[in-house]
Design a protein around this ligand. Structure first.
Ligand code: GLV
Ligand code: GLV
Length: 321
């Protein structure tokens, strides 16, 4: 009976699918990320591992698991936690969960764009602190999105959903930068392609949708913040290290940009020194895909990937590099 190890409790749907196949399924009962040593012990002898973005899957992990391992199915679209080359060399399949979370991550990006521009979180805090003494014409002046320019860094599946919604629904002018131009999407969603510098110079709002790779690390740092409008807002639901977070704190302090809303951080769960003390920030804990619908769908897709691999078939969403 194939052995499957799940590195943390996830929505039941996928776990039940694996159990119904008759696999010997073990789900970590630790409340939190498994300590490395425990993880390496637990995966010994596993035929499949359902991993999280917080687990480092590398050569050491493969050695600990053993040669029977067939697949590592990541419960995430991002796979910067996986050394895919090391897996391929040992004929271990790597899979992720693209597609099912596009809307939910896009919706969170849009939520953050709106919330930072309208000062929603700051104003909520003001109410709770009992500071509201009556309506005022100059209180909490924010900004509108309509008619403004939204710059998308990365036009993958998620970036395209944001582009569609914001161009059609919010009447924004949408420009994008990506290593690949996508002329079909340009026509479909009325987009304009720009290089990164021109995008940063012209955008009133910037939203990040690139994966974490050596090329995207610190794509936005001190030099890029200088190029941005002083009135610009920045949103990141992709991966923290795309932004040089210390440089971001300095840029906010210096007034180089107007505000930032982050779902992801450079060294999670830590935040750069000083970030949380800045008023023009919204900080949420890596929850862009965290909806009941999407987390269920991710659980199902990760399980399907494992079932396919253990049946000798091609998984639904293998990672190809
Ligand atoms: C979440 O961050 C994911 O990559 O799915
Ligand atoms: C994720 O699915 C992306 O390609 O943006």
């Amino acid at each position: 009976m194939p052995k499957v190890f799940v590195t943390r409790r996830i929505p039941e749907i996928g776990i039940n699918m694996l159990k119904e196949k008759g696999y010997d399924v073990e789900v970590s009962d630790v409340d939190g990320v498994l300590p490395r040593k425990v993880l390496l012990e637990k995966v010994k002898g596993a035929d499949a591992v359902l991993s999280l973005l917080t687990d480092k899957i590398n050569a050491e992990f493969l050695d600990a698991a053993g040669p029977q391992l067939k697949i590592v199915a990541n419960y995430a679209v991002g796979f910067d936690n996986i050394d895919v080359k090391a897996l391929n060399e040992k004929n271990v399949i790597a899979a992720n969960t693209p597609g099912v979370l596009n809307e939910s991550v896009a919706e969170m990006s849009i939520t953050l764009l709106l919330a930072i521009a309208k000062k929603v979180v700051e104003a909520d805090k003001f109410m709770r602190e009992g500071k509201y003494k009556g309506w005022g014409p100059m209180m909490f002046l924010g900004n509108d999105l309509a008619g403004k320019t939204l710059g998308l860094i990365g036009l993958g599946r998620i970036g395209q959903v944001v582009a569609q919604r914001m161009s059609a629904g919010f009447e924004m002018k949408v420009i994008y930068y990506d290593i690949k131009r996508n002329e079909e999407a340009e026509k479909k969603y009325n987009l304009e392609y720009r290089d990164l510098e021109s995008l940063l110079k012209d955008s009133d709002f910037v939203s990040i949708h690139v994966p974490m790779t050596p090329e995207t690390k610190h794509l936005l740092g001190a030099d890029q913040f200088k190029m941005m409008k002083k009135t610009a807002y920045l949103v990141n639901t992709a991966r923290g290290p795309v932004i040089d977070e210390n440089a971001l704190v300095e840029a906010l302090k210096a007034g180089l940009i107007k505000g930032v809303a982050l779902d992801v951080y450079e060294n999670e769960p830590a935040m750069a020194e000083g970030l949380k003390d800045l008023p023009n920030t919204i900080l949420i804990p890596h929850i862009a895909s965290a909806t009941e619908e999407t987390r269920g769908a991710m659980s199902e897709l990760a399980a399907k990937n494992i079932i396919a691999a253990l049946s000798g078939e091609e998984p639904m969403t293998p990672i190809k590099i």
